[in-house]
Ligand binder design. Structure first.
Ligand code: PHE
Length: 341
């Protein structure tokens, strides 16, 4: 009986050492289960003589305990192995390609515009987005009730201390007055920044958009300087063979005022869909700083003159990348944005 038990234990333990998780319960059933082998031996004890029984009983119970605790140990080992499998790193698998973000097309265009003007000595300055009526309009020669205010549909901001005087700037031109008030000529600056208009949003109008304002003031600044600067800009951004033309326009803060157009960068001036078959593309508004504006900031308009221009950055980006709807920019559709990575 003793031999029989020892052999059984030896065999069971050897088998257990190689048993995978899925077969553990089966092992237990076959050896220590209700109709398992060890249980069979235990049952045989009853047939032994009264003198042999106690020892055989002890041996069988000890064997049962060994097998049970071996079973628990094996189970712990097998479970640890399978969870280790999940965490293991297979170094032979190809790596994950990290998702790399890109700059927004408007940001890219803004940076390029800044670079182009930095190259000819225009410093970039900031100006507030929440502005006083005084700077957005009055110092720019647009008094209250002036019909030209209709050119800029305005979001006003509630300010109990100065009702009706605070607004979201409708253009970057207030920066002209701010910079001139704080600096003596010569001045050569650009102010890139966000503007707001109470617009009916459509393919070419957004309520929020970026402008870049340019301002140069010195003795003897003329329209020719404006023209040369804009031509340099158009060539730097759209290609060396761009030409510029100037058409009369109206802004209350410039005199004379103009719109600058460049020869179409798609058809070269022959006429195509992009330029509406005219061969020319409207680029920006500009002009010579109005004498009243110069005087308003304390400059002697007989001594100093200046030019100013203001361009829409989304518009420039649309032209560069062939985008036909301004609303794409602020929809955050990754299918659109990823094209500029
Ligand atoms: N501020 C004008 C606009 O938003 C553009 C402009 C700027 C025109 C500077 C002339 C000079 O329409």
């Amino acid at each position: 009986m003793q031999d029989q038990i020892e052999q059984l234990v030896a065999r069971a333990l050897e088998e257990l050492a190689g048993t995978p998780a899925a077969d553990l319960d089966d092992w237990r059933r076959r050896y220590t289960g209700r109709s398992g082998e060890l249980t069979g031996i235990l049952r045989g004890i009853g047939k032994l003589s009264a003198g042999e029984r106690p020892l055989a009983g002890q041996l069988a119970n000890a064997a049962r305990q060994r097998l049970e605790s071996a079973f628990e140990d094996r189970k712990t080992v097998v479970e640890a192995e399978s969870s280790a499998d999940v965490e293991a790193i297979d170094v032979t698998l190809p790596g994950y390609r990290p998702v790399v973000g890109g700059l927004h097309p408007v940001t890219q265009t803004l940076r390029d515009i800044r670079r182009v003007f930095a190259n000819i000595g225009f410093r970039a300055v900031d100006s507030p987005e929440v502005e006083w009526d005084e700077y957005n309009f009055e110092k720019l020669n647009i008094p209250r009730d002036h019909p030209a205010r209709d050119m800029w549909d305005t979001f006003f901001v509630d300010n109990p201390d100065r009702p009706g005087e605070m607004l979201l700037r409708t253009h970057t031109s207030p920066a002209q007055a701010r910079v001139m008030e704080q600096t003596d000529p010569p001045i050569r600056i650009i102010t890139p920044g966000r503007c707001y208009r109470y617009e009916d949003v459509d393919a070419s109008h957004e309520a929020t958009f970026f402008q870049v304002e340019g301002l140069a003031v010195d003795t003897n600044i003329t329209m020719a300087d404006l023209r040369g600067t804009l031509e340099y800009f158009a060539r730097a951004l759209f290609g060396e063979d761009r030409r510029i033309r100037i058409r009369g326009s109206y802004f209350p803060f410039t005199e004379p005022s103009c719109e600058a157009e460049m020869s179409c960068h798609v058809c070269g001036g022959d006429g195509c869909r992009v330029c509406g078959r005219t061969g020319w593309i409207e680029m920006l508004g500009a002009g010579m700083v109005h004498p009243d504006v110069l005087e308003g900031v304390g400059y002697d308009h007989r001594k100093y003159s200046g030019f100013a221009f203001g361009m829409g950055v989304e518009r420039i980006a649309m032209l560069r990348y062939g985008i036909d709807d301004i609303r794409h920019f602020y929809r955050n559709d990754l299918r659109f944005l990823r094209q500029f990575n």
